[in-house]
Write a protein that binds this ligand. Sequence first.
Ligand code: GDP
Ligand code: MG
Length: 302
Amino acid sequence: MSQSKSFRSGYASIIGRPNVGKSTLLNELVTQKVAATSNRPQTTRNKIIGVVHLAGAQIILVDTPGIHKSERALNEMMVKASLSTFGDVELLLVLIDAAEGFCQEDEFVLKTMEHTTAPKILVINKIDLIPKPQLLSLMEEMHSKSFFKEIIPVSALKADGMEELKKLIVGYLPEGPEYFPKDMVTDCSETFLVGEIIREKVLNLTRFEVPHSVAVVVESMEEQTNGVIRVDATIYTEKTSQRKILIGEGGNMLTTIGRIARKEIEKRFGAQVYLKLFIKVKSNWRDQKQAIREFVYPNDSL
Ligand code: GDP
Ligand code: MG
């Protein structure tokens, strides 16, 4: 009689400076889009959980805001959200950008985890952007730091190295229960996910200071008797000039944001969606703890 193998499970935080590809990696490992991604730094503001279901194991990934130095209240709270994951996880996945190499901002990230005991795996992401010899010398440089238990090169965007990475992570997980049922890939609420879809479209369609000034609050989400899901959401921004940009000429920008977001929300729910967007100005909300709590962290005790 063969003995049944034990189940392994646990939490792994994805850590790194802004824009190294943390959220892209989360989505790729979960094989479903959970977190918003963009080429703007500081896209992720919250801790987001993504569950990877494997035969005999479950990896619970925690995507985090990028760790960086900043004076702004919002950024301070974002970094706090990242650091707060250190104590509760089995493993830290530290991401760096292969094309940019190990830089000062990465050094700062390592400093924040100096006193953590969880094992650290270095994930060198974006290897699709550099030639092999450059990767090898970067790996050598990182080995000499002896900060990491493992070093693994991947490309989250091209889904390269994902199987190897999952295997590596599972090796560090203890025996444990199936924390999440098979059909659950995140613990984020539907309203949060819908708000992030809308915010991602704003980030990808606008420029300069507009992306960072935006918060999206989903006011209500309801299935109507005809089966259509009605979503009412407010886009908050800091200045009337930004509001003007978000509306666009003849309402063009807002229509585009709404159309692209609606399509993605429909795909996620497999239902028709009626999306109603409002834009409001809340001056300097990113400097006000109360507004930040309300707009960005309604469920956190930060
Ligand atoms: P985060 O701030 O660390 O969460 O970074 P994101 O996941 O939002 O990604 C930042 C940018 O890097 C986006 O434009 C991604 O498409 C891009 N990116 C992420 N992973 C890769 C990769 O493996 N290769 C390349 N070429 N780009 C990537
Ligand atoms: Mg992110």
